[in-house]
Design a protein around this ligand. Structure first.
Ligand SMILES: [Zn+2]
Length: 133
């Protein structure tokens, strides 16, 4: 597998069993995006969409995702931005920086979920659990 330079958006209700590299799957019903890690390691990366997590911008052709994708839980620990369909690689974070980010994310998420309980994501629960760990 090779690293990706770009991600092409595919709007879908549910994600396929086997995802294609170079594709950013966007599920509006589940408010979640998914893609294979852009470093080429082949791990699935799930990015829930919410005010406390990720948001997308779609210009009719390409998608941008904010904030950056930090795959701290994966062996590759890759870190990149999806910007207008292009992958912009970012630097690796130290263990301390990762811990700091996780604390901040957890705090944001707990504040958000107290107000807006999302509907159950049965098929995606496994992925969300691994992401929140
Ligand atoms: Zn990777």
């Amino acid at each position: 597998m090779t690293a990706q330079d770009t991600l092409r958006p595919v709007f879908t209700d549910t994600f396929p069993e086997t995802m294609d590299a170079g594709v950013l799957y966007v599920s509006i019903p589940y408010r979640t995006c998914s893609h294979l890690c852009c470093c080429g390691c082949g791990h699935e990366v799930i990015t829930p969409l919410s005010p406390a997590q990720w948001s997308i911008t779609y210009d009719g052709q390409n998608v941008s995702l904010t904030p950056s994708i930090g795959n701290w839980a994966l062996p590759c620990r890759s870190h990149y931005w999806i910007d207008d369909g292009r992958i912009r690689w970012s630097r690796h974070y130290s263990t301390a920086e990762v811990a700091q980010n996780r604390d901040r994310d957890r705090h944001l998420l707990s504040q958000y979920t107290e107000e807006h309980r999302p509907r159950p994501l049965t098929s995606l629960r496994r992925h969300l659990r691994s992401w929140l760990r």
